[in-house]
Design a protein around this ligand. Structure first.
Ligand code: 5AD
Ligand code: FES
Length: 349
């Protein structure tokens, strides 16, 4: 009964919010088919390729106080760290020799670094490795700052919107943060020519299935090149410590619907998904994801970048993670490649 809906989604890449909701609520009967079609659609544009992005978590200082996040400013039970610009560049150098051609600089919203600091890092990485893409994940900034960073050579920017429902947004964030500013940032990034990434947590507190259906409608309209989703996982030192974790199974189903809605999107099988389910990343690939983001940060700071409890891969060297991932991904019939892995605009394999 729901198969025709999946087939129409594959053909037309869009459904109404009510139709998405119907699928979400009845996913038990249709999910295997959705995974299968999403896997096939991913293959049409990207073949068997799974792209890797070297994640450099450079600072866990953050001015924000998101209720879900382990590195929120209000968490005093956390040793803070920040890498120097040279240390960040060193991480990229190590990553390059391991085969990475995309570096993702991710940190809390840490005012210690100026625009010039970031420009210095970006310019140096791009100068030394012109064949690499630099992705930023630095949170909300001014339009001018986004512009400077783009001019310095940044190619992509990840900024999850976290929820497309403004009322829900207020339940996840303190009053100092606003949904409007989040969207302003995403619009700026698109306008400035960044390949832009959005996304949300699955099963975050107070989220409803109707909200999730709304996410698919929202993403279709925003049309970002990258979409990162992962289950919400509680962190012991946050206001949401006693909230239930999001479901990895729901995350997988949504990955498949996102693939069918935005067939060419770059969609990671996230670390949160791998934390919620030991086979989560492999299953994510089988449900239509095509990106993995192993950690390149120095092992000594890894454990301090805990957005949620029990995060995987916090003790492993990047080289070990790549080997591990390569082995895991091979079992899905896909293969990790070292291409920059840009968005495929209309090109089919
Ligand atoms: N559980 C799952 N994901 C989280 N993030 C932050 N805190 C958590 C958590 N407790 C996600 C947010 C953020 C990204 C970097 O990590 O969606 O945008
Ligand atoms: Fe890090 Fe498996 S991917 S240890």
């Amino acid at each position: 009964m729901y198969k025709p809906l999946i087939d129409r989604l594959e053909r037309q890449n869009i459904l109404t919010q009510d139709e998405y909701l119907l699928l979400i609520e009845n996913r038990e009967t249709i999910r295997e088919y959705a995974y299968e079609r999403a896997f096939a659609v991913r293959r049409k544009y990207y073949g068997n390729k799974v792209f890797i992005r070297g994640l450099i978590e450079f600072s866990n200082y953050c001015r924000n106080n998101c209720y879900y996040c382990g590195i929120r400013a209000g968490n005093n039970n956390l040793e803070r760290f920040r890498l120097t610009p040279d240390e960040i560049i060193d991480c990229a150098k190590q990553g390059y020799s391991l085969g990475f051609r995309t570096f993702v600089l991710q940190g809390g919203e840490d005012a210690h670094y100026t625009d010039d600091d970031f420009c210095f890092v970006i310019e140096n990485i791009k100068k030394e490795f012109p064949d690499c893409a630099v992705t930023l994940s630095l949170g909300e900034r001014s339009s001018e700052s986004y512009k400077k960073l783009r001019q310095a050579g940044a190619d992509r920017y990840l900024l999850r919107h976290e929820t497309c429902n403004p009322d829900h947004y207020k339940k996840l964030h303190p009053p100092a943060m606003s949904y409007e500013n989040r969207l302003r940032c995403l619009e700026d990034l698109k306008r400035l020519g960044y390949q832009t990434g959005a996304g949300f947590m699955v099963g975050s507190p107070y989220q409803t299935n109707a909200d999730l259906a709304g996410e698919l409608v929202f993403l279709k309209k925003l049309n970002p090149q990258m979409i990162g989703i992962g289950p919400f996982l509680p962190h012991k030192d946050t206001p949401f410590k006693d909230m239930a974790a999001g479901s990895s199974e729901m995350t997988l189903f949504l990955i498949s619907l996102i693939r069918l809605t935005l067939p060419q999107a770059l969609i990671p099988a996230t670390t949160a998904l791998g934390t919620a389910d030991p086979l989560g990343r492999e299953k994510g690939i089988l449900a239509g994801a095509n990106v993995l983001m192993p950690n390149l940060s120095p092992v000594k700071t890894r454990k301090k970048y805990m957005l949620y409890d029990n995060k995987i891969c916090t003790g492993d060297e990047a080289a070990a993670c790549i080997e591990c991932l390569a082995r895991r991904i091979k079992k899905t019939g896909c293969e990790i490649v070292t291409d920059r892995g840009d968005y495929q605009n209309g090109i089919q394999c």
